[in-house]
Design a protein around this ligand. Structure first.
Ligand code: COS
Length: 380
């Protein structure tokens, strides 16, 4: 184990910091206010190779590790949570296609991913959130085709125009139902019957597109199956082992942004004749915040390294996601407190960071689901 980045990773970090500062941060406030999707950023990220960061080189990607993924998502998240959310979900879909896709699927979809076509992951349904095993969308075989019917909700990276393809989990066997009866499909957005429904209005991450997906007699060829028939739950859960590390990285970046904002504010805000940073009570807040941020990063990098070394990473991914997302919320709340009344106003970035952080303990598995995964791994 090493706590140092390699020379190549240091170069990547430098590029990421410049890109985040020059291209991502300047849009954060505007995306929050307008709720528009940052398409121009996606295109710039594709040119830099970021949209294919975790795609193997033979499919046109950068072929970088999960550790590099953590670096990339957290750097973007420091500048803009909405952009980081788009990126984290896109890299999750890349991971699923790389791990479970056949040659033809990899060539087509990973190629699209690298050139900036954003991917979506459609698991959640109105009655299947934490209990992902109870989904009801069906895929009925009809010769060489399957006909998909059902409705998915809260699907990230699916919006008015964005979201070119989605990994859709559906029931192919209603008798086996639950886990063994599910299959994953890789569905093009332009397939008839693939209908993007209501675009959600959210508390935070306004620039990230989150929509309903309605499948109405959506007929897909059997060649769209990802992995094997009946493996859908494993595809989803296996994908989330990596996806949760991505959200943990996003949480680390957002937590660090909140900490940095608090440090800056505490140094320049004068009360009782001195900067408020002189108050020991406040210094102790900052010390606790910084310690938790550091711990969140270490957990996240550890989980990523396990995945890179092809070891079981599910428990550590859940630990990282649980701790980092709770930390981002705790640190953002403390940072807002340090800003006092100004922190509650939209003039300061901490107001947005605080709202953006709230989703982190919920999506890609709530904190309670992460604790279930961790405790099951301990007790099995
Ligand atoms: N990788 C591969 N397979 C896995 C797996 C993983 N990480 N996790 C579970 N499985 C397999 C299990 O081994 C089991 O296989 P067998 O039936 O062959 O034994 C099967 O999947 C069912 O697992 P389990 O019994 O743990 O399923 P549960 O229904 O109890 O669900 C939780 C477990 C709650 C952990 C799961 O439903 C979950 O993660 N829910 C949250 C979903 C989520 O994150 N949604 C967000 C979507 S993106 S915003």
């Amino acid at each position: 184990m090493t706590f140092e980045f390699t020379k190549e990773q240091e170069m990547l970090l430098k590029m990421l910091k410049e890109f985040s500062a020059n291209e991502v941060a300047p849009l954060a406030d505007e995306l929050d206010k307008t709720g528009r999707f940052p398409q121009e950023t996606v295109e710039k990220m594709a040119k830099l190779g970021l949209m294919g960061l975790n795609v193997p080189k033979e499919y046109g990607g950068a072929g970088l590790s999960d550790v590099c993924k953590v670096m990339a998502i957290s750097e973007i998240a420091k500048a803009c949570a909405s952009t980081a959310e788009m990126f984290a979900v896109h890299l999750l879909v890349n991971y699923i296609i790389t791990k479970f896709g056949n040659e033809e699927q990899k060539k087509k979809y990973l190629g699209m991913a690298c050139s900036g076509y954003v991917g979506a992951f459609a698991l959640t349904e109105p009655n299947a959130g934490s209990d992902a095993g109870s989904l009801q969308t069906t895929a009925v075989a009809d010769g060489d085709y399957y006909v998909l019917n059902g409705s998915k909700c809260f699907i990230s990276n699916l919006g008015k125009e964005e979201g070119a393809y989605a990994v859709v989990i559906a029931l192919t066997d209603r008798v086996k139902k639950n886990h063994g009866g599910m299959t994953a499909f890789l569905v093009d957005r332009n397939t008839p019957g693939f209908v993007v429904g209501k675009l959600e209005e959210k508390m935070g991450i306004h620039g990230a597109s989150v929509s309903e997906l309605i499948l109405q007699d959506c007929r897909v060829h059997k060649s769209t199956i990802l992995g094997k028939v009946g493996d859908g739950f494993k595809v989803a859960m296996g994908g989330l082992d990596s996806g949760r590390i991505g959200i943990a990285a996003q949480a680390c970046g957002e937590a660090e942004a909140a900490l940095n904002a608090a440090v800056e504010y505490a140094k320049q805000r004068v009360q009782f004749g001195k900067p408020i940073a002189d108050k020991q009570g406040l210094q102790f807040y900052l010390a606790d915040m910084a310690t938790r941020v550091e711990a969140a990063y270490l957990l996240t990098y550890k989980a990523a390294e396990l995945l890179d070394n092809k070891k079981y990473a599910g428990k550590n991914a859940s630990m990282a996601k649980y701790y980092a997302s709770e930390t981002a919320n705790w640190v953002a709340a403390k940072a807002l407190q340090i800003h006092g009344g100004y922190g509650y106003m939209k003039d300061y970035a901490i107001e947005r960071i605080y709202r953006d952080a709230r989703i982190l303990t919920i999506y890609e598995g709530t904190s309670e689901v992460q604790k279930t995964v961790i405790s099951r791994a301990l007790l099995k």
